[in-house]
Design a protein around this ligand. Structure first.
Ligand code: PGA
Length: 240
């Protein structure tokens, strides 16, 4: 596991982007695993800036997002497809046919999970971007999710609902459930790029890196992956 500590938000974005850029330059038809949340926004800003300044093309890039809320209309500003479109997809030359994200509006949720798992089974994700929850979750895999899990529906913990309430008008509007890539599928990516910022992540970051490998901290599964880069700010790294 390579651990890098950034000294500013700008440096954080640049360090994260350097990992992605290397892969896109090596293989313009690569597959990127993407994440939502506030943490990867500096990365997406750098991707957009580089696309505008240097013309790096995403025309052949395929993407898989980690998760999506259940029942939120796609046009809702907090749906993860809206988030991705606003922060990245609408600013680069990605072909939306190559974008994959679970459909939280599917009428048959188990069938939708099976469809996404089947796509991931065939895919070869070159790098998966990840954030970490204050409780150690990765994607929406909350504590005690099996490490071999596949795409499934989750009912969010009260902690995650409270953490995400900042994006909604009130806590009551936060969806109670989501579809998430499983830990087993996340771990299949060739490389994992874990991003964490802020002091509210410091305990989870410590448990991920220095704690025991246990489903009590889903992110501790990363200790079992051969190619992990962790990029932190100083606050998230404070307990290491
Ligand atoms: P955040 O979310 O980037 O908004 O902090 C990360 C997560 O909960 O996985």
């Amino acid at each position: 596991m390579k651990i890098v500590i950034a000294r500013s938000e700008e440096e954080f974005g640049k360090l994260a982007f350097a990992e992605i850029k290397e892969i896109v330059y090596r293989d313009p038809a690569c597959t990127l695993g993407l994440a939502t949340g506030s943490t990867p926004i500096p990365l997406y800003k750098e991707m957009v800036k580089d696309h505008q300044e240097n013309g790096t093309s995403y025309a052949k890039v395929k993407t898989f997002n980690l998760d999506e809320y259940v029942g939120l209309p796609k046009e809702h500003p907090e749906s993860y497809i809206s988030f991705m479109t606003r922060n990245l997809f609408s600013h680069v030359d990605i072909d939306m046919k190559n974008v994959n994200i679970p459909n939280g509006l599917a009428s048959d949720i188990p069938a939708e999970c099976a469809r996404y798992s089947a796509l991931l089974e065939k895919a070869s994700v070159d790098v998966q971007v990840l954030g970490i929850g204050g409780n150690g979750h990765i994607a929406f895999n909350e504590p005690n999710t099996p490490f071999d899990s596949k795409t499934h529906q989750v009912f969010l913990t009260q902690k995650t609902i409270t953490d995400n309430a900042r994006f909604f008008d009130s806590v009551d509007q936060v969806p109670k459930s989501a579809l998430t890539m499983g830990i087993g599928e996340i771990m299949k990516a060739k490389k994992l790029l874990m991003l964490a910022t802020g002091k509210n992540k410091a305990d989870a970051v410590y448990n991920m890196i220095k704690g025991p490998v246990t489903t009590a901290c889903p992110a501790s599964a990363l200790q079992n992956h051969p190619d992990v880069v962790v990029i932190l700010d100083q606050a998230a790294a404070a307990k290491l």
